[in-house]
Design a protein around this ligand. Structure first.
Ligand code: SF4
Ligand code: SF4
Length: 184
């Protein structure tokens, strides 16, 4: 029940609670964007994404959630390594991805990236570790990109880079517990 003192957290407060990152620390030096290998592909380069979050405006927050950038980040941590204020952009992006899915405003251009993430996790869930061929098969079934990159498969098979039977780890039960706890 709502009381006089109840407070609905703003998007900025929710993001801070999820990530522990204070975006107000950023002073827009641009080092994160200069070092990010994915920035040229992004619609919102990392420093601009942080700037939008700093404004606290719901429209700016929505623009970030709908961006392609949050799905293109590869989590390499180059940005935080260069940031004089240690603004943890990859951590922010993890929370933004989850929020974009909850709010149903994922960029349509992220569809294949999300299918790749699900296929990766599916393989780890089945085997306790990644099975490369297992991942490729699930990804192709999810996306129906059945013939994409087929020309590289024979070379990879010949070099043993695509084992036909995925290896299973011994501690599979512990991995199952992790998936159970995270509801993945
Ligand atoms: S490097 Fe850090 S302080 Fe500089 S713009 Fe990026 S997030 Fe802001
Ligand atoms: S973690 Fe993401 S935003 Fe940071 S440098 Fe790497 S790709 Fe760019």
């Amino acid at each position: 029940m709502m009381t006089e003192n109840s407070h609905t957290p703003s998007p900025a407060e929710r993001l801070k609670a999820c990530s522990g990152v204070d975006v107000q620390l950023c002073y827009q030096c641009g080092k994160c964007t200069a070092g990010c290998a994915m920035a040229p592909e992004m619609d919102l380069p990392p420093s601009f994404l942080v700037r939008l979050l700093q404004t606290g405006s719901p429209a700016a927050y929505r623009r970030v959630l709908e961006s392609r950038s949050i799905w293109l980040c590869v989590g390499c941590e180059q940005c935080i390594g260069r940031c004089p204020k240690e603004v943890d952009i990859p951590r922010l992006i993890d929370c933004l991805r989850s929020e974009a899915q909850k709010e149903g405003c994922v960029s349509p251009e992220a569809s294949d990236i999300i299918k790749f993430h699900k296929s990766f996790l599916g393989s780890v869930k089945r085997n306790g570790r990644l099975g490369e061929l297992d991942l490729v098969v699930e990804y192709k079934l999810r996306t129906l990109h059945l013939f994409q990159d087929v020309d590289v498969a024979p070379g990879m098979l010949a070099k043993g880079k695509l084992p036909l039977i995925p290896e299973r780890i011994k501690g599979k039960r512990e991995i199952d517990e992790i998936f159970k706890k995270s509801n993945a």
